[in-house]
Design a protein around this ligand. Structure first.
Ligand code: FAD
Ligand code: EPU
Length: 338
């Protein structure tokens, strides 16, 4: 496997930020990854496993080895009356994988159409959109421990999924390379169209009987209308999570701000729309140099061209402070800071 030195990561992150990796290599198989991990030259070098770079914020040069996961392959491995089990290499593009499943008539991923990035990060982030999270169809993954080289299988429980959370962001942070993921998809679709604008969009499209294909199309249309395309404006999707508050805090906010956008959660808590909180603080469409807050979605911070990672971080702190001051709510970052 070829290792190159002093590689610009600009083309490898959707924020379009420039930072240099001391060493960079792409691997297409577990064996290739193991070969490089066995090389004594890199034994003590910090390592970063990279997918599509759509949820990272590079704040400085990476003085280590960036390993881009390019493991490909999509295979249906087993099925029963109701389900089909599909294994995908971590380096497969997420949206192409979703499209593959839709072509085959396998249901469960249609609401997750058009999310950037690769298969390998999907369980790490527990990606979610339009009322569905990856944990709903996740079955198992295989990962290689970067230090001791053991190959470990994680079932759903072992991944400890939460809202944009998993064990790989905490207890096992930076310890594993996820190599492949197995999803359990439905042969008999259960449509989830209750979220937000999906039903409206299906109606606009003239769809009477939803299908996984039409739901996917509706989601693609909605997403394209409000989220910036990273090929045009650098971004990493939602920069912050939607914060969870107690019922008491929600009621206090509702009294002071009757328009507050919130969703009740099963345990009695409420999830607040961070985009609304940020917009109310006057940030929507804000720009300072090349760092800004997107004009159609205030939850998305953007790089208009030559912003630096620190500029985006600085702006994010200003947003956090103003939301804290106005609403007494702490925003938490969703993006992985490198
Ligand atoms: P990367 O950015 O490459 O990596 C993210 C983190 O995962 C890093 O810490 C990296 O080290 C680690 N990692 C990646 N691959 C592996 C691996 N194989 N093994 C171990 N660790 C790994 N997310 C949502 O959940 N819902 C959305 O609706 C959504 N919309 C978005 C819209 C836009 C326009 C953009 C730019 C992003 C959006 N995102 C969304 C965020 C992003 O697409 C997801 O988090 C995605 O899963 C990141 O995948 P990636 O391959 O690009 O990960
Ligand atoms: N809103 C505003 N102003 C804004 C943005 C949003 O008032 O500028 C309010 C509106 O009332 C809107 C509501 O917030 O109806 C929700 O907005 P939207 O439907 O755009 O979704 P979101 O809560 O901002 C979340 C996810 C997205 C995911 C969408 C759709 C998080 C952090 N973000 O965004 O995920 O695509 O729902 O399900 O949970 C990501 O993780 O990167 C991401 C883009």
């Amino acid at each position: 496997m070829k290792v190159t030195e002093n590689v610009s990561l600009r083309q490898y992150n959707t924020f379009n930020l420039d930072a240099t990796a001391r060493y960079f290599a792409a691997f297409h198989s577990r064996e290739a990854l193991e070969a490089i991990l066995d090389d004594p030259q890199y034994k003590h070098t910090p390592k970063l496993i990279l997918g599509g770079g759509s949820n990272i914020l590079l704040t400085k040069d990476f003085d280590g080895l960036v390993l881009k996961n390019e493991i490909k392959g999509i295979h249906t491995i087993s099925e029963d009356d109701d389900h089909v089990y599909v294994r995908a290499g971590a380096g497969e593009n997420w949206h192409q994988f979703v499209m593959h499943c839709i072509e085959k008539g396998y249901a469960g991923l249609e609401n997750l159409s058009l999310i950037p990035g690769n298969v390998g990060a999907s369980p790490m982030q527990n990606i979610g959109a339009y009322g569905v999270e990856i944990k709903d169809t996740f079955n198992e993954l295989e990962a290689l421990h970067l230090q001791d080289r053991t190959l470990v299988s994680f079932n759903k429980e072992a991944c400890a999924f939460g809202y944009r959370e998993s064990v790989f962001k905490h207890q096992y942070k930076d310890q594993f390379a996820i190599l492949q993921v197995i999803y359990r998809l439905n042969k008999k679709p259960v449509f989830n169209t209750s979220y937000g604008a999906i039903e409206q969009e299906l109606e606009r499209m003239g769809v009477k009987e939803p299908s996984i294909r039409s739901i996917s199309r509706a989601v693609i249309n909605i997403r394209s209308s409000k989220l910036p395309n990273p090929a045009e404006i650098g971004n990493a999707g939602s920069f912050f999570k939607n914060p969870e508050v107690t019922k008491e805090k929600y009621e206090e906010l509702k009294l002071a701000f009757p328009e507050v956008v919130a969703y009740p959660l099963p345990g009695g808590h409420y999830k607040l729309a961070a985009g609304w909180l940020i917009e109310q603080c006057g940030w929507k469409g804000y720009r300072n140099g090349d760092a800004g807050v997107h004009a159609r979605q205030a939850l998305v911070l953007v790089n208009y061209g030559h912003a630096k990672g620190e500029d985006i971080v600085e702006l994010s702190w200003q947003v956090v402070e103003s939301v804290k001051e106005k609403f007494g709510v702490a925003l938490e970052r969703e993006v992985n800071i490198i």
